[in-house]
Design a protein around this ligand. Structure first.
Ligand code: A2P
Length: 272
């Protein structure tokens, strides 16, 4: 079953979660309900995705205890102030129909506003009140992390675009230095031809797995939290079925050196 990794504040995050962009409310409700029946416990949404209601609805339809689920959401730049964050998380929990979120993230740094430091202070306040069990950031680069660190603030998680073609070593090293857990969005390398890579094909054939499963296994063995999106029950199940094989050190090294010039969504401000 899916390993749980410890967050700095003490909670545990399931290492595989279900990505939900670009599902709408109805699709998200049905995807989350199905995913729960398949064993998923971690769901990743955002204000920007406009499907938090659906994610909450799927959770309720499944009958799963709230305490058994791990829900991440992210808020938009309009809320980048100390008080704004409280309004953001109150609105998000209302849409989700939950009393708290497990992980609250600043969706994009929006450095031009230069207010993510205040926002992060606001997140610490809502965390103390229990509205967010854990707090972190998304799409932060090393310089943004450093600005937070200079203010004495350390995110528990930094969720970034990451796959073998875009290994993001600089961000992962900055995260590791701070004790910030790296989470991968679009782990299957959407927008590139990653899943057609010959090395993935070779490893998939060797282990009787699919290229996607090899990529997700690389995430797991790299200590990364990964949130593949699928609305297809077979692929959802496939993406959890990666705990009966292990890549050896040579294979991990080969995957670690697959980097290409596949473009990273490099804007600091754009919502994905
Ligand atoms: P679908 O929802 O039809 O399964 P990412 O999370 O990296 O952005 O990838 C999401 C995309 O990859 C979606 O288009 C999803 O389509 C597809 N996908 C998800 N799981 C798999 C898989 N195991 N094999 C191939 N494609 C997948």
């Amino acid at each position: 079953s899916v390993p749980l990794l410890p967050l700095r504040s003490g909670s545990l995050i399931p290492q595989i979660g279900l990505g939900t962009w670009p599902l709408d409310d109805d699709q998200a409700a049905s995807a989350v309900e199905t995913a729960i029946s398949l064993g998923y416990r971690h769901f990743d949404t955002a204000e920007n995705y406009r499907n938090e209601r659906g994610v909450g609805e799927g959770l309720r339809r499944s009958g799963l205890d709230r305490a058994e689920a791990f829900i991440t959401t992210k808020f938009n730049k309009e809320w980048h102030s100390f008080d704004g964050v409280r309004r953001a998380v109150e609105a998000a929990t209302q849409r989700l129909g939950t009393d708290y979120v497990d992980l609250l993230l600043i969706h994009w740094p929006n450095p031009a506003q230069d207010t993510y430091v205040d926002a992060f202070r606001g997140m610490r306040a809502v965390q103390e009140e229990g509205l967010a069990k854990a707090v972190g950031v998304s799409n932060f680069k090393p310089a943004h992390l450093q600005t937070l660190a200079d203010a004495g603030l350390v995110p528990e998680v930094n969720q970034i675009q990451l796959d073998p073609y875009r290994p993001r070593r600089d961000v992962r090293e900055a995260n590791a230095r701070l004790g910030t857990l790296t989470e991968a969005w679009s782990p299957l390398g959407k927008g590139s031809r990653l899943l057609e890579d010959p090395l993935l094909g070779t490893l998939a054939a060797k282990y009787g797995k699919t290229p996607a499963q090899v990529v997700l296994r690389w995430d797991i063995q790299s200590g990364i939290v990964t949130i593949p999106k699928s609305a297809n029950p077979e692929r959802m199940a496939q993406n959890l079925d990666i705990f009966d094989f292990e890549l050896d050190d040579q294979e991990m090294t080969a995957l670690d050196t697959l980097e290409t010039d596949a473009p990273v969504t490099d804007s600091d401000v754009f919502g994905h």
